[in-house]
Design a binder for this molecule. Structure first.
Ligand code: HC3
Length: 504
């Protein structure tokens, strides 16, 4: 018996209505989930808690409202200082001009697409960023991935700490004031600046900096072996020869275990993951943003680059600390290797951030071409750095290859002023074996010569970099002295290294 037609119509309408409700419900859930997730990312303008994507950028309600008002009124803002006011939660209302400039620089615009209508690529990169921040929250919440750092321990699997941002072991003892504060202490522990090398006289322990046997970890003594123990001074647990974790496996049973340990150290401290960079390849600075960099004065641009460079170096320092055997190098030699090699490792790592298709490098949140750095007035250095990054990127090194080559660049027994060159040489030999091993495994032995040819190029780039810094400091002595990060000054030219300040 066929049903009356109106029954069929009624059923069809009911199904359509239910489908519509289901679609609306799922969309709301999707937006709530992503909005909730997006809120783990702080406001791109002032760092306050964000409330979602507004005008194309993740911002808080305050900056959303500020940008909306700035677009509704015809009033133009002006800065009463040098147009480089810091914009954070506390200071964001002090300068409307700099706040609006930062909104534009971050990409806020009235006709920005809504989150729901972003392209897949845009959504993917946003999701990648959400994931990174959620990992950071897990790390800070002390989750399993935030286990204290351990050095390489043959045959024992260590919990893989996550890459960026690496977790500092909260148990690390504080550095003594006479030990360099920036190269070897957890960044969260950075204290007042101290001399690069610890003072020559041996002092009894003043800050509880003793190793597990109550001996001042700064004193080398017969039972501790020929080297001074880079124990508590280095922001590291005291060195205890009986501690299996501290034993550098001088007779490595398996060179591939050394490879694995170096690759793990690299992965944990690489600052950006290759997958993230891949997802962000489309994020290139707009003309307005490039104009914003061009509007910076020379010293402002130098300050920005010095800040970004110091951030990158901090990750290299952490990479070094996790290298098997690095902790067993004499303390002053560790700092010597970092002072002379960290910029080289930054430049090697830069190849990971380089896009050969458009010759841009990931810098300050987007991919930048050489024109972004125009205000530095270092065109020759920038061209040389970009050429190097391009040539390295063209080798298409794998992450393990970048990791082991970075270790090779850092552990250089030819650095001037080493106190125990032999120990550095022994470690270097193992790393050379590791590089040969990994290239053989990858069937790319021919790469070894091309990599070794990069070493003198790196040296030349760093020498040119220091020359530029000396030139800059002649022009802006106070900028370096008062605005450059302490780590930068310690690495690239503490005051004692620099030509004397012109008499003021
Ligand atoms: C080399 C560079 C400064 C450093 C920039 C870094 C390595 C910073 C860390 C980022 O994660 C990646 C990155 C990208 C671009 C790098 C810049 C390219 C050009 C610029 C100058 C040549 C060095 C200027 C540094 C100075 C002079 C302030 O010390």
């Amino acid at each position: 018996m066929s049903l009356p037609i109106y029954i069929y119509i009624y059923v069809v309408c009911l199904c359509l209505l239910l489908s519509l409700y289901l679609f609306i419900y799922l969309t709301l859930v999707f937006l709530c989930v992503y909005t909730a997730q997006i809120e783990v990312i702080p406001c791109k303008i002032c760092g306050d808690k964000s409330s979602g994507v507004h005008y194309g950028v993740i911002t808080c309600e305050g900056c959303k409202g500020f940008f909306r008002r700035s677009q509704q009124s015809s009033v133009s803002y002006s800065c009463s200082r040098q147009s480089n006011c810091p914009i954070d939660r506390a200071s964001r209302t002090r300068c409307q001009s700099c706040r609006l400039k930062k909104c534009v620089a971050q990409g806020m615009s009235r006709d920005a697409v809504k989150f729901g209508r972003m392209s897949k690529r845009q959504r993917d990169s946003l999701i990648a960023e959400v994931e990174r921040h959620r990992q950071q929250q897990r790390l800070q919440a002390g989750s399993i991935d935030a286990q204290p750092l351990h050095t390489y321990c043959p045959g024992k699997e260590m919990p893989l700490a996550l890459a960026y941002p690496f977790h500092m072991d909260p148990e690390l003892p504080r550095c003594g004031p006479e030990v360099h504060q920036y190269l070897m202490c957890p960044s969260g522990e950075i204290q007042a600046s101290g001399p690069l090398y610890r003072s020559s006289q041996r002092r009894g322990d003043r800050n509880g900096l003793t190793n597990s046997r109550g001996v001042d970890s700064r004193q080398s003594s017969p039972e501790q072996g020929p080297l001074g123990m880079p124990g508590a001074d280095m922001g590291l647990p005291p060195y205890d020869p009986e501690d299996a974790y501290c034993q550098y496996p001088t007779s490595l049973l398996h060179i591939e275990e050394l490879c694995a340990s170096i690759v793990r150290s690299h992965r944990e401290t690489s600052q950006y993951r290759v997958e993230e960079l891949q997802a962000l390849r489309w994020k290139i600075f707009t003309r307005e943003e490039i104009q914003m960099y061009h509007s910076k004065s020379v010293d402002e641009m130098w300050q920005l680059c010095a800040d970004r460079l110091s951030d990158a170096v901090q990750y290299v320092v952490e990479f070094a600390k996790r290298l098997p055997g690095f902790r067993q190098i004499r303390q002053n030699d560790q700092i010597n290797l970092l002072k002379s090699g960290s910029m080289e490792v930054v430049l090697v790592r830069m190849s990971r951030l380089f896009n050969t298709e458009n010759s841009t490098v990931f810098f300050d949140g987007k991919f930048a071409g050489t024109e972004v750095f125009k205000s530095l007035l270092c065109a020759d250095l920038i061209m040389a750095v970009f050429d190097f990054a391009h040539s390295m990127s063209a080798l298409r090194l794998t992450e393990p290859q970048v990791a082991i080559f970075s270790a090779l660049v850092l552990i250089n027994p030819d650095r001037p002023g080493l106190e125990d060159r032999g120990r550095v040489q022994r470690l270097r030999k193992d790393i050379e074996l590791a590089l040969s091993h990994i290239l053989h495994r990858d069937n790319q032995e021919s790469l070894v010569h091309r990599l070794y040819q990069k070493v003198p190029v790196l040296k030349g780039l760093c020498s040119l970099h220091i020359d530029k810094l000396h030139w800059f400091r002649q022009l802006y002595p106070l900028t370096v002295h008062t605005h450059f990060p302490p780590l930068y000054k310690e690495l690239f030219g503490s005051d004692s290294d620099m030509p004397p300040l012109p008499s003021s």
